[in-house]
Design a protein around this ligand. Structure first.
Ligand code: MG
Length: 210
């Protein structure tokens, strides 16, 4: 293909082309409408996971919601694996270490502590570093009991703790299909990712909870 001659005009992008959309005022500042605007360090992603053994006599708490069951996670705090995984995802996205660095399991202050306070503290650290949460997504793996009826309340609790729209918080539940520690009913596992945005998230459009 011949090189364009000197002084030749570049063709304008079509009205519906990505190049055209990038030129709108909204898309320049909106990381949702325009993912190409999420150049580092504006957006950062973090991953977290957590596993706890299940023991009789322990309360089963997830995202601050007590779920009736005959077993619960062993742990120094309340063993809220979902909150712990989310906390690690948020801290990891900002390269601020992990939950153990900020809340040692040797510190008697955190004995049986409600884990939502860890999440609030992680968010305060993020804000100090100039970040806001765009959205969180987590999966809890547990053989029994079924978690689906509790997920709306769990999202609500997290939204209240973090001051976010519930729409920015996703929680899914899976079983272990009868294999591994989760499937045998011996453990609970949670995996989570967090997307952070450097600066205000006021550009992120609000949507209703689904
Ligand atoms: Mg944990």
């Amino acid at each position: 293909m011949a090189a364009p001659s000197r002084g030749a005009r570049r063709p304008k992008p079509a009205a519906d082309s990505p190049g055209r959309r990038l030129n709108t005022n909204r898309s320049k500042t909106d990381p949702i409408a325009n993912p190409l605007a999420c150049r580092p360090p504006a957006c950062r992603v973090g991953f977290g996971n957590d596993v706890h053994r299940l023991e009789p006599g322990r309360a089963l708490v997830l995202a601050g919601v007590a779920i009736p069951f005959d077993k619960g996670p062993a742990g120094h705090s309340d063993g809220d694996a979902l909150s712990h995984a989310l906390c690690d995802a948020m801290l990891g996205a900002a390269a601020l270490g992990d939950i153990g660095r900020h809340f040692s399991n040797r510190n008697p202050r955190w004995k049986n502590a409600p884990s939502l306070i860890f999440l609030k503290h992680a968010q305060a650290l993020l804000r100090k570093a100039g970040y806001e949460v765009v959205n969180l997504d987590a999966t809890v793996s547990l053989e029994r009991p079924k978690l689906a009826p509790y997920i709306p309340l769990m999202r609500q609790k997290l939204a209240e703790a973090l001051g976010l729209d519930p729409d920015r918080i996703s929680i899914k539940a899976k079983t272990g299909e009868g294999v591994d520690a989760v499937g045998l009913g011996a453990a609970i596992r949670a995996d989570a990712v967090a997307l952070l945005y450097q600066g205000t998230t006021s550009v992120v459009p609000k949507t209703r909870m689904k």
